[in-house]
Design a protein around this ligand. Sequence first.
Ligand code: HAM
Length: 433
Amino acid sequence: MPRKKTKLLQAPRGTYDILPEDQIYWERVFRVVKELANDYGFEKIDTPIIEDTELFIKGTGQTTDIVEKQMYTLKTKGGSSLTLRPEGTPGIIRAYLQNGLFNLPQPLKLFYFGPMFRHEHPQAGRFRQFYQFGFETIGGTEPVLDVQILQLFLHILKDLGLKKIGVQINSLGCPKCRPAFRRALIDYYKNKKQKICPDCERRLKINPLRLLDCKEEKCQPIKVGAPLFLDYLCQECHNHFKSVLEFLDELEMPYFLNNHLVRGLDYYTKTVFEVWFDEKKDEASQAPLALGAGGRYDDLVKQLGGKATPAVGMAAGIERIIALMKEQEVKISPRLAPKVFLVQLGELGQRKVLKLFEELHQANISVAESISKPSIKSQLKIADRLGSKFSLILGQQEALDGSVIIRDMESGVQETLPKDRVINELKKRLAKK
Ligand code: HAM
């Protein structure tokens, strides 16, 4: 009878494994983000991956694509509705309120890492489980706080070795000035209904601001003539935005004023921005693929049940950053080479090596081995590849008479030493290297 082939299971569509060979990039991103976030006064926070569905409906926004189409929601046995977080901001604000973090000196500056989940159409740079790092500054209205978040993000990208980064910025006003702009936008689009795409027809009814975000060819000429938010900003929003731009000029940070930048989340007020690689386009829309994005959200804390508390933040897509690091061939130094490599032969040699491994560790000498490899030659090859300074060789004979062969990997010179002298001898020789 022919044997039935077992079908190999695959990771769910839009998810992927981060293999050992790639960890070096991830570690680098985490390290740079953590160091710079601390330098800029941000403290780390972790929130659950799963939250009450209501948090995202109220926080991210009922009419956003994320809430309408992209959430992974499940019913618990107890009947409640939980959702895998599609973004980090609502969870951070919930934690801020739940844990009374508003009692700490404000503004409170927080940063985070973690997986997010969105049921999107997977393609290059767009996943269903993806990782973000993000920053939120809660409890301050000052324009300088908006700019500091952008400055920190650009600093991170620069330290990661990335080039050709561009900033797009806009202001979305506040609940005082937005209704007038919304009205103007509806009036403008109302008699052009036949010329816009079906999505835009829907947007016109439920979320007119998103009309400006449409990437359909057909809608572009109409968009060009649409009213500009900047003409409708109230005095307060106008001054705030002017100040943000002045700070950017002061920092000599190039930016592009994009009147059509509206963002896909409902909570933004005043400043919004996106940071992107100049040359990379989104496969579906041919729009630039944002590396990170964010803005001010002065009403979210109140909407989630707290006191009126202004805030500003951003988040970045780590996969997109790493893809760009690879594309721009950013060099990353590999992990520090282990100073000593342990080579064994035969079962007795193996046994002694396990012990010696621990002794070297305790003496703070970095050490590596390849204990399952049978031949000395192949083990020495690995030692060479790793860049170890010395190898310690323990064969059957050495194991029996309590000695060890020490081999200088550069010169190839070997010497036999009693095992109990080997650590001191190594320390001496390593100090000279
Ligand atoms: P967002 O624009 O939805 O904003 O996402 C921020 C970044 O996450 C994007 O610029 C992109 O790099 C990455 N990203 C988003 N979706 C995907 C995906 N499906 N696959 C890969 N990468 C993706 C937020 O999430 C807001 N919480 C940002 C924020 C924080 N605003 C204020 N505070």
